[in-house]
Write a protein that binds this ligand. Structure first.
Ligand SMILES: *Cc1c(COP(=O)(O)O)cnc(C)c1O
Length: 370
């Protein structure tokens, strides 16, 4: 594809760990002529988005907005605002993304205690309880849907333990958000971030975030400046929520148009209907794959409906199969990450990609290839 020729990408079916397929209404919204990022009409759009962030996180938090960068920047926003040098943090690690949180927390100068689970299993609340006997963390962080392993982490008990220990409860909901229940207020989550390109089915590059009043107080009590200027919530807040919206950075206007439409689709469908759809298509995929002899890695009690981690059958060449799916069928699935590299496929049924047609297409392509 030389630069002289017009862009000409294939129509792919996105069934990996994100991005997922995007509804035509979202693409159409993204092509809306630009307006300025301080235009009163854009300020109204930001208010709409903020309200839809609250509805989808099921929270009344005042601080709810969207970071102008991908999910990892949402992760970094939560950690750099809540941690100061010398603070303690307890980070639960059951895959790649927990490890990334620990790395960022250490870069903030925090003393990190790790609680780990084997890949493919959730963190056991008893381990967290035991670890809390030896540390006094300001933040206890955990990934809700570990995209690298396919595990859905139960949160309620660990959230209770965090609060009993006086810690703020921080949750990564990048993959779970808009695909399975994420009840921020009911579960006592103090800080949460997600991403646009997974079950929300918007283009990548944005990260919905929310902080409880308690987390905002912790931010206000800081002794040191947040190490990142761009992600410092005390500054970003006045752009998203100040009485007078002041310039902070130029918002990605077109991406926000797209996000607004993606949220409208989520709320038109209804959260509960959307969660049920994700479960149904996961069940369909499970039946079809098991009939082909392909096994799931995660115990049924902890399986993610939107990210299906399966064992690559013996004697099958991982790279060849994924390449053929892409070249011959226009289907993208994910390979294994970290410890699962070469051992697992990660099949995403996220948002617009969670349909019976997607499942049927993939299964018949796999049948032909295997
Ligand atoms: C995708 C993902 C991220 C990172 O999001 P990016 O948009 O790729 O930066 C973080 N956590 C989890 C659980 C994810 O699945």
């Amino acid at each position: 594809m030389a630069y002289q020729s017009e862009l000409n990408t294939s129509r792919r079916y996105l069934m990996g760990p994100g991005p997922s397929d995007v509804h035509p209404r979202v693409l159409k919204a993204m092509a809306t002529p630009l307006i300025g990022h301080l235009d009163p009409q854009f300020v109204d759009i930001m208010d709409d988005i903020k309200q839809m962030v609250q509805l989808t996180f099921q929270t009344n938090n005042h601080l709810a907005f969207v970071v102008s960068a991908p999910g990892s920047a949402g992760m970094e926003t939560c950690l750099v605002n809540l941690l100061e040098p010398g603070d303690e943090a307890l980070i639960c690690i059951h895959g790649v993304f927990g490890g990334r949180m620990a790395d960022i927390a250490e870069r903030c100068g925090a003393r990190v205690t790790r609680v780990e689970a084997p890949w493919g299993e959730p963190i056991d609340a008893q381990q967290v309880k035991a670890a809390l006997e030896h540390c006094r963390p300001k933040v206890l962080a955990i990934v809700h849907a570990e995209t690298s392993t396919g595990v859905l982490q139960p949160l309620e008990e660990i959230g209770r333990l965090a609060h009993e220990a006086g810690a703020l409860f921080l949750v990564d909901a990048v993959t779970s958000y808009c695909g399975t229940a994420v009840k921020v207020d009911e579960w006592g989550i103090d800080a949460i971030y997600s991403g646009a390109q997974k079950c929300l089915s918007a283009p990548p590059g944005l990260s919905p975030v929310s902080f409880s009043d308690k987390a905002v107080e912790a931010l206000e009590r800081r002794n040191t400046k947040v190490q990142s200027w761009f992600l410092d919530l005390s500054l970003v807040r006045s752009y998203w929520a100040g009485a007078k919206r002041t310039y902070h950075h130029t918002a990605p206007v077109s991406a926000m148009f797209a996000l607004r439409e993606a949220y409208r689709l989520v709320l038109e469908e209804g959260l509960e209907n959307r969660f049920a759809r994700h479960r149904r298509n996961h069940e369909l995929l499970k039946r079809e794959l098991e009939a082909l002899g392909v096994e799931f890695i995660v115990h049924p009690d902890y399986r993610l409906p939107m990210l299906n981690a399966v064992r690559i059958p013996d004697g099958v060449d991982d790279a060849v199969v994924r390449r053929r799916l892409l070249d011959e069928y226009n289907i993208e699935i994910g390979g294994g990450l970290g410890q699962f590299a070469g051992k697992a496929w990660r099949i995403g049924l996220m948002g617009e990609s969670s349909t019976p047609n997607h499942v049927n297409m993939l299964v018949s392509a796999l049948k032909a290839i295997l």
